[in-house]
Design a protein around this ligand. Sequence first.
Ligand SMILES: Cc1cc2nc3c(=O)[nH]c(=O)nc-3n(C[C@H](O)[C@H](O)[C@H](O)COP(=O)(O)OP(=O)(O)OC[C@H]3O[C@@H](n4cnc5c(N)ncnc54)[C@H](O)[C@@H]3O)c2cc1C
Length: 424
Amino acid sequence: MSTQQSQTYQFQRKIDTYASADVVVLGGGPAGTAAAISAARLGKKVILLEKSGQLGGMGTLGNVSVFMPIGNVTGIYRELIAEVMTESLPKHHDESIAPQYSPFVLRHYLNEKMKKEQVQVIYHAEFIGTVKEDRSVKAVIVSTREGLKAFEGKQFIDCTGDARAALDAGVPYTSGREEDGMTQPMTLMFMMQNTGKPVIPLLPEGCYRYEEIADLPQGRRLYWEQNNDGTLLVNMTRVKGNGTNIQDVNYAETEALKQVFSVVNYLQRNGFETYALSHVANQVGVRETNQIQGLYTLTEQDVVRGTRFADVVAQTNYEIDIHSPDGQKTCDERKVDGYDIPYLCMVTAQLDNLLVAGRAISATHVAMSSMRVQATCFALGQAAGIAASIATDDSCSVRDISIEALHRTLSSQNVIFYKKATAH
Ligand SMILES: Cc1cc2nc3c(=O)[nH]c(=O)nc-3n(C[C@H](O)[C@H](O)[C@H](O)COP(=O)(O)OP(=O)(O)OC[C@H]3O[C@@H](n4cnc5c(N)ncnc54)[C@H](O)[C@@H]3O)c2cc1C
C-alpha cells in the first residue's frame, strides 16, 4: 500500500559497464554459489553478484544453520560437507544427513572457495533491472557501492530466491497457495549459548511473556543442539506475510525481533536457564516468494508419486514441509519417498540465455515446500551452471542444450543420481 497518489516515472540513465563475463550469477545463496562454481570449473569467466556482504543466502545471512536431509549427498554439496563438516560426511551418497553447522564458518568457507574457483564475487551488488535484446538478456543493472553499474554476460543465472531478474525480463510467475496466494511465513532465526551458569532472563520493553507452549509463535519448541559446543539454534519465531511485500517485510523485521527476545525469555525460564542470546540473524528468513512459470512446473503429484524425469537435475526425498501461511500455529509435514526435479523447471519460454535456480524454480506451493531446502538448491545451482556453460559452448538457447551432455558433465562433476532417470 502506497501512501502517495499513484504516479509513474520514466527513469533513464547512461550506465557504465563494470565488467563482462561468460556467466553472470545473481544471488550468492546455495543455488548461486553452486552455479558459479560449476560454470567456473568448465573454464567460464563467472561473476557472482550478491546483494549482501556474505555468501550462503538464507543458510548464513538468515542463520538457517542446518542442512535438511534429502537422501542424496552428492556433487558440490557433498564436497562442502567433506570440506567443512567432515565428521558428517556419509560413506554413501544416498544416505540422509542433517548436520548443524556454524554459519560463520560456512560464510568464511564460501568466500575462500570462490577465490579458489576463480569466481569474481561482487558483494553489496543488488540486481535492479535487465537490459534485453529480443529474447536475450544482454546486461543487468546493479546497484553497487560505486553507484549503478552494468554487468554484461553471455548467460545469466537468477538465484535471487525471488526470481528478480526473470520477473523483470517478463517471465510470468505465481506466488503462494493456489487458492489465496498466501506464502509460508517468515522466521527470524537466532542462537543461544550455554554460559554454564544461571543467567537473568531478559525481556525488553514491548516483548511478550509466553507462559505455555501454546503461547509460542509456532505453538511448539523447535531447536537444534547437535554440535556439543553449547550452541542452541532456535527456529521458533513466525510472522505471516509475503517476503516480497514492503509492508509485510517491514512488519516482520520488527515483530520477529520482538518474538526473538520473547522466546529467549521463555526458554531461559523453561529448561535453558544457563543460556544467553548470542546471535540473531541479519535479516528475517524468507521461505517462499515467487515461482517462475517455467517450461515444466513441479507439482504435488510429482512429489507424492515420485515422478522420474529423463532430464532430471536433482533428486530429493525431503518431506512436504509447509509452515502454515495463514497465521495458524501448525505445519503440514508429509513424508515422501523421493522424486526427480527436471531441468525444464529452471527454463523459461521467454528467454534464451537466462535460467532460474534455487527456491524460485517453477513449482506449485506444495512442491516448493519440499524442494526449497538447501541441499536441493545446491544441486539445482550446479546443474544450472553446467547448462549455461553448455549453451555458451554450443551457441544455443538454454532450452535446446543436450541433456545427454548435461548429464555427462554432472557426472564428471561428481553428481550421482540415486535412481535411474526414466522418461515420464
Ligand atoms: C527460517 C528458515 C528456515 C529454514 N530452515 C532450513 C533448514 O533447516 N534446512 C535447510 O536445508 N533449508 C532450510 N530453509 C530453506 C533454505 O534456507 C532456502 O530455501 C535456501 O537457502 C534457498 O536457496 P536459494 O539459493 O534459492 O536462495 P537464498 O538462500 O534465499 O539466497 C538468495 C541470495 O540472493 C541474494 N539476493 C536476493 N536478491 C538479490 C538481488 N536483487 N541482487 C543480488 N542478490 C540478491 C540474497 O542476498 C541471497 O544471498 C529455511 C529457510 C528459512 C527462511
